[in-house]
Design a protein around this ligand. Structure first.
Ligand SMILES: [Zn+2]
Length: 63
């Protein structure tokens, strides 16, 4: 087996800690270069606050 860090999975918090006394993390297998699993890595680099759900409308280029 090549499971060198079985207890250190994805560090993505499953809920805000104000809502739960116990800290719990996702725990999925992490990407090697990240503290998160594939799913949460994607979320971590795509901040919804910076990426509104409305489609991007390009500005008209000045003629
Ligand atoms: Zn995760």
């Amino acid at each position: 087996m090549n499971d060198d860090q079985p207890r250190r999975g994805c560090q993505w918090p499953m809920w805000p800690h104000s809502s739960r006394p116990n800290h719990q993390y996702c725990g999925e297998r992490k990407r090697p270069e990240s503290s998160y699993c594939e799913k949460h890595y994607a979320l971590s680099i795509r901040n919804p606050d910076e990426e509104p759900s409305r489609p991007f409308v390009p500005r008209r280029l000045a003629a």
